[in-house]
Each structure stands twice: as structure tokens, then as C-alpha cells.
Design a protein around this ligand. Structure first.
Ligand code: HMG
Ligand code: MG
Length: 306
């Protein structure tokens, strides 16, 4: 199959990247990261989540971050909202501070659903349905994240049929597009392709994105495997930040820098300026007191230093 000629990347670093961070990260730093990402050419940014601050303390400043960002025309800003309470909090601000898109997040694994959002898959869909309806009614777009589509930290391998089942449920409540997530980064190309295939039975390829954590170093090759199926939306974190607090041992998302380096090397357009993106990753890594977790960033910075 012919590969896509352009790819759209969602940088999920400010949310997925930082949610698990134990040290406090100020709203100002988070806002600074969003600004650097949009200046680097990212057209979609997952900014924060409206979840319980008891469960995820790092995201407690959600409203402050949404208030503080300087919006760039043409950029889509999304936030996670697991229930009506989260959705109402996301739209409590004046309309110009509303997210352009909200994300409901479910799992293909029952055990992960319980650990992450404290309810079964069926209950989660019941909770999401009014959130989706309210968002669409207000002209806010809706994405559905599907966790554990190849493997689960509690249940092990996940059958593609479970992914198809969740995709069907998401479609049924009006979710417009979905993320096929490898939450713990255990997937390998054929397994990821099977999860994508199961999702394609319910969503158009343009409405599917790949969300690969890089725990086992498979995220780039899994990206290529999805590209080969025509998928052209992917999620990644600058500097490879992140991990889900309810997926012990799972490391960050694939680094946006590494994905962009691969895509540009294949002649695939992203609209992203890799040098500026590397600087954004250095900015957030310095704030966290560590090196960017991106091989491309390291190699290019070494070259820059001459
Ligand atoms: P719950 O305890 O079942 O909720 O949590 P509840 O409705 O029973 O309410 C209990 C308390 O939480 C109440 O407060 C509510 O007001 C409050 P209290 O009366 O005890 O003071 N509450 C909230 N507060 C703020 N915002 C809300 C909210 N909802 C209830 N939205 C809940 C259910 C979903 C809220 C909880 O389990 C939670 O917040 N979980 C966090 C999940 C999370 O953020 N996980 C990480 C993101 S997902 C991810 O990383 C995966 C992804 O990247 C894809 C992949 O890689 O797989 C997307
Ligand atoms: Mg994730």
C-alpha cells in the first residue's frame, strides 16, 4: 500500500507526559510547553485533563493552564473529561477558554478500566454518553481514547475482538474519532495492526490515531506498521515524557522528535519544525531536571554542539 504523504501529530506531552510526574510542575511551565509546541508547528495539543485531583494531582491546575494558554489560530486544543463533572469543569470558563475537543477514555481491558477510572467498560460507556452528547451539542469535538488495545498490565494480552467491541461502543455513543493506544508499550507490529484492523471495522481510517508508549522500544516500528495501513494520525510526547499512573512500569509516549525525524526522513510532511520541537523538549526536560528521552534530540543536539 502507498504510505500517507502527510501525517498529523497530536502532542500529548502536557497531559500524558506530565500527569505521572511526581515533582510539582507549575502551570506557567505547562503553558510555556504548549506555546513552544504550537510555535514548532504542532496543530493539535492535548493540554490537560479534568479528572479527580485526588487521583491525578499533577493535573489539578487544569483550569489555570487552559486560562493561561495563548491560542494560535488553526491549532486544536483538547482535554480529557471522564465524566459530566469533568466536562462541566472544562466548560466552566468563558467560551474562548473551552477546549476544541474533549476526550473520553475507556479501555479494552476490564481490569484496566476499573483501575484507571473506577468502573467497568459498560459503566464507562454509560458515563461517557451524556458527556459526548453535551459536547457535540455545544459544538465541541469528541475523541475516544482506547487503552490497552494490545496488552494490559493486569490481564496480559488483549484480543482484537475486545478492541473492536470497545470501538463499536464508542461509535454507538457518537464519538467522532478514536485513539488505538498501546498503554504499556508491549505491542509489536502485527499485534498493533490487528488492533487497528478491529477498529477499522467501525471507524474510517482518517478517524483513527495511533498512541504508542515506547516501553519496549517498539513505538516507531509500530507507527510504521500503522502507516502501512494508511493511518495518518499519531500521538506522541515531546522529549518522550510520560506514562499512565495506573499502568505501573509503563514509560512515556514515543518522543515526538523521533517520530518527526522518521517521517521527514521518509518524505512525509508534518508541518513541524524539528529544531524548534527539540528546543521545546529541552525546555520541559530542563524544568524537570533531566535529559530529553529522545534519540533524535540527543543526536541532533550533539551535532549542533559541533
Ligand atoms: P470515582 O471516585 O469513581 O468518582 O472516580 P465519583 O464520581 O465516585 O466521585 C468521587 C469523588 O471524586 C467526588 O469528590 C467527586 O466530586 C470527585 P468527593 O465528594 O469525594 O470530594 N470527582 C471529580 N473531581 C474532579 N474532576 C472530575 C471528578 N469526577 C469525580 N472529573 C474518576 C472516577 C474517573 C473521576 C477517577 O477515577 C479519576 O479521576 N481517574 C483518573 C484517571 C486518569 O486521569 N488516568 C490517566 C489518564 S488516561 C491515560 O493516561 C491513558 C491514555 O493516555 C491512553 C493510553 O495510553 O492508554 C489516554
Ligand atoms: Mg497514554
Amino acid at each position: 500500500m502507498k504510505l500517507p504523504t502527510r501525517v498529523k501529530l497530536v502532542d500529548v506531552g502536557p497531559r500524558d507526559g506530565l500527569q505521572n510526574e511526581k515533582q510539582p510542575v507549575s502551570a506557567e511551565i505547562k503553558i510555556g510547553l504548549v506555546h513552544r509546541l504550537q510555535d514548532a508547528g504542532l496543530k493539535e495539543i492535548e493540554v490537560t485533563s479534568f479528572v479527580s485531583p485526588k487521583w491525578v494531582p499533577q493535573m489539578a491546575d487544569n483550569a489555570e493552564v487552559m486560562h493561561g494558554i495563548r491560542r494560535k489560530p488553526g491549532v486544536l486544543y483538547s482535554v480529557l473529561t471522564p465524566n459530566m463533572k469533568g466536562f462541566e469543569a472544562a466548560i466552566a470558563a468563558p467560551r474562548e477558554e473551552w477546549p476544541d475537543e474533549i476526550v473520553v477514555f475507556g479501555a479494552a481491558s476490564e481490569a484496566f478500566s476499573q483501575k484507571n477510572i473506577n468502573c467497568s467498560i459498560a459503566e464507562s460507556i454509560e458515563r461517557f454518553a451524556p458527556v459526548v452528547a453535551a459536547a457535540l451539542e455545544k459544538g465541541i469535538r469528541v475523541r475516544g481514547a482506547m487503552s490497552c488495545t494490545v496488552g494490559c498490565p493486569y490481564e496480559g494480552e488483549i484480543a482484537p475482538a475486545k478492541v473492536g467491541y470497545l470501538a463499536q461502543l464508542m461509535k454507538g455513543i457518537g464519538v467522532q474519532r478514536v485513539d488505538v493506544a498501546d498503554t504499556i508499550g508491549v505491542g509489536t507490529p502485527r499485534k498493533v495492526q490487528a488492533a487497528m484492523e478491529a477498529t477499522l471495522a467501525h471507524f474510517d481510517v482518517a478517524a483513527i490515531s495511533g498512541h504508542f508508549h515506547d516501553t519496549y522500544g517498539q513505538a516507531l516500528v509500530n507507527t510504521l506498521a500503522a502507516l502501512e495501513m494508511g493511518v495518518w494520525n499519531f500521538q506522541s510526547s515531546s522529549a518522550g515524557l510520560g506514562g499512565c499512573p495506573y499502568a505501573k512500569g509503563a514509560t512515556g509516549n514515543v518522543a515526538t522528535e523521533d517520530v518527526v525525524y522518521m517521517l521527514h526522513g521518509m518524505g512525509i510532511e508534518t508541518g513541524i519544525d524539528l529544531d524548534k520541537l527539540i528546543d521545546a523538549g529541552v525546555y520541559i526536560s530542563e524544568a524537570l531536571g533531566r535529559e530529553p528521552n529522545s534519540r533524535a534530540s540527543k543526536a541532533i543536539r550533539t551535532k549542533r554542539a559541533g
